[in-house]
Ligand binder design. Sequence first.
Ligand code: NAP
Length: 220
Amino acid sequence: MQRKYTLAILGGTGQQGSALALRWAKAGHRIIIGSRDPARATAAAEQLKAKLPAADASGTSYREAAAAAEVVVLTVPYAAQRTTVEEVRAALTGKILIDATVPLVAPKVARVQLPPEGSAVAAVQKLLGKAVRVVSAFQNVSAHHLRDLAHDVDCDVLVCGDDVAARDLAAQLAADMGLRAVHAGSIVNSAATEALTSLLISINLRYKIAGAGIRITGLP
Ligand SMILES: NC(=O)c1ccc[n+]([C@@H]2O[C@H](COP(=O)([O-])OP(=O)(O)OC[C@H]3O[C@@H](n4cnc5c(N)ncnc54)[C@H](OP(=O)(O)O)[C@@H]3O)[C@@H](O)[C@H]2O)c1
C-alpha cells in the first residue's frame, strides 16, 4: 500500500459497499460508512470491526461521510445514484468519486439495459463537471467473493475515467485489496463495464455459480 486514505463508502451498509469496506479496512485504509440512516452506518462499522478488530471504521450520514473523506466511493442502487450524488455534491468538489453503479433494471437484470445517457457513471461525471474526477470501477467484481477475505478474487477491475491520475488512484486501491486493475479508457467506456455486469449475471444463472468474473489477456 502506498499510503493510507480516508475513504467514504456511500451505501457501505449494502452488499458491495460493505465488502469493499472490509477489504480496504484490512489494507489499512480509514473507512467512513455513509448511510441514509447514520445509526445503520454505525452498526455496519461495528460489524466490520467485529471481523477486523484493528480496523479504523466509523459510520455517519452520506453528507458527513463525503465531507470527511479524501476519496468517495458510491455503492448504491442505480435508482438512488443521482439523488445520492446530488445530496453530497458540495462535499465532492476537488475530490475523486469512484462509482460502482450498475444500471440494472429489475426484473430482467441479466439483460443489458443501459440508460438513455449511455452510461450511469458517465452521466454522473457530466452532472458534476470538472470539479469532481469521477472514476468507474468495481462493477464486475462480485460482493460474494469480496466479502470472503480468505478468498483470492479471480477478476480484473476495469477502471474508466477521464483523469489518468484519478484512474491510477482507483487502480492502486484495487491493488491494495489484492485485485488487478486495468485502465480501460475514458468515462464513456463505463457503458461497456456496466453492460458486462448483466452478461456476468446471465452467466451466473446459466452455470449456477455465484460470481462470474472477467480477465483481460495479453497484458505484460
Ligand atoms: N452486489 C454486488 O455484487 C455488486 C457488484 C458490482 C456492482 N454492484 C453495484 O453496487 C451498487 C450497490 O449494490 P448492492 O448489491 O450492494 O446493493 P444493496 O445491498 O441493496 O446496498 C445498497 C445500499 O445503498 C443504500 N441506498 C441508498 N438509497 C437507496 C434506495 N433508494 N434503495 C435502496 N438502497 C439504497 C442502502 O443503504 P442505506 O439504507 O444504509 O442508506 C443500501 O445498503 C449497485 O449499483 C450495484 O449494481 C453490486
